[in-house]
Ligand binder design. Sequence first.
Ligand code: 4NP
Length: 158
Amino acid sequence: MSSEPINVLFVCLGNICRSPMAEAVFAHVVKQKQLDGNFGTIDSAGTSSFHVGENPDSRSASTCKDNGVPVNHRARRVTQDDFSKFDYVLCMDNSNLADLQEMKPAGSKATVKLFGDYDPQGETIIRDPYYGGNDGFQRNFKQVTRASEGLLKALGLI
Ligand code: 4NP
């Protein structure tokens, strides 16, 4: 176990579909593997304020629950402080990444990258499922599950 807890923030556009799913799945995998002691805050946020204060999208929540993953989040927007509070700021697509790189304060040591960079199958983009069908959420779920394991491997924890 490393001495400093690692803080991880997941980011998408609305913070109601992909990033609360990524947060819930990553926290669940961490707990299952009894790695809780290695992590501090695991949270999620959106680059937009469209859905601030809302619960996760029902399709995202039901996909998690159907897979035994508890979800509990209220949407919020990314803040400048997040870049000092979190060691990893992991986003879903290139649009999120461009927005975060623009926001990132000069002195921030946060690692800002695509969560999909940790996918061992190399599917780097976790696509916006909002206007699509349930299959998009199913696909997102598989991607964030693989990337969660990949991140833990990259951190040398599994
Ligand atoms: P998310 O999905 O970024 O994965 O939370 C979206 C949610 C809402 C919208 C777009 C994407 N929207 O346009 O309202």
